[in-house]
Design a protein around this ligand. Structure first.
Ligand code: DC
Length: 239
């Protein structure tokens, strides 16, 4: 493993990891890797091939059936990881409700977690990367140069989720809250805060405020003094 150029962003479901990681990578000119995609790719393959999401051994044997490539999306500087199966980009299918429903069962399998370690590390391969997930700072890149653990109250996460779906009604927020509490319970074993992670409580903060505080931390930790103490303005990417 080589995490000397990795910024690990961990946290529970709907804590804003993916959004924050994408914005931070864009500012730093780094690759962004959402490790949930690896578990989602295996869940997608399980559905395609009629494999039980609880059959860890058979699922672990499928890690070579998909590839993760990193390309810039139109109009963006950060390179975003995408998932290919047999040369076809299936990334947009990985967030379908059918995948959502089984992915935490897939992620609970120890065979799967072990088999996915190498592919996750390979996808980064020594370049600057913001890597989001549940166990990035503890297991995938325990040597990450910066580790943050995002937290937000379940109520705040439920409200954000409902807003993202464009349905911030009290009923929808209540449904999201029930779902988040259930996911917190099923993901509890995987979602661990590294002892050396900086906890960022995002309640009441905007995405930009969260990204600002992590960017400051990254530039101080990496010895990049060019922006230390400055507010706003264009920041150079990391070398
Ligand atoms: O963040 P997400 O919703 O895309 O994650 C999908 C599932 O994978 C979820 O059940 C948590 C799990 N996961 C994990 O166990 N470890 C990771 N590093 C990333 C995701």
């Amino acid at each position: 493993m080589n995490g000397t150029r990795v910024i690990a962003v961990d946290g529970p479901a709907a804590s804003g990891k993916s959004t924050v990681a994408r914005r931070l990578a864009e500012r730093l000119g780094a690759l962004v890797l959402d490790t949930g995609l690896f578990y989602r790719a295996l869940a997608w393959l399980a559905l395609q091939r009629g494999i039980s999401p609880d059959d860890g051994e058979r699922l672990a044997a499928l890690v070579d059936a998909f590839h993760v490539v990193a390309e810039p999306l139109p109009g963006q500087r950060a390179r975003t990881a995408r998932v290919l199966v047999g040369g076809r980009d299936v990334t947009s299918e990985l967030h379908l409700p059918v995948v959502d429903r089984i992915v935490s069962r897939v992620a609970r399998q120890q065979f799967v977690r072990t088999a996915l370690l190498e592919p996750q590390r390979r996808a980064v391969s020594g370049e600057w990367a913001v890597v989001a997930g549940r166990d990035v700072g503890t297991t995938v890149f325990p040597d990450a140069v910066v580790k943050v653990y995002l937290v937000a109250s379940p109520e705040e996460r439920a409200r954000r989720r409902a807003e993202q779906r464009g349905q911030a009604t009290p009923e929808q927020i209540a449904r999201e809250l029930a779902d988040i509490l259930e996911r917190d319970r099923t993901d509890a074993r995987q979602s661990v805060r590294a002892p050396d992670a900086v906890v960022v409580d995002t309640d009441g903060l905007s995405v930009e405020q969260v990204v600002d505080s992590i960017e400051r931390l990254v530039r101080v930790r990496t010895g990049d003094s060019s922006t230390r103490g400055s507010a706003g303005g264009v920041r150079p990417p990391l070398a």
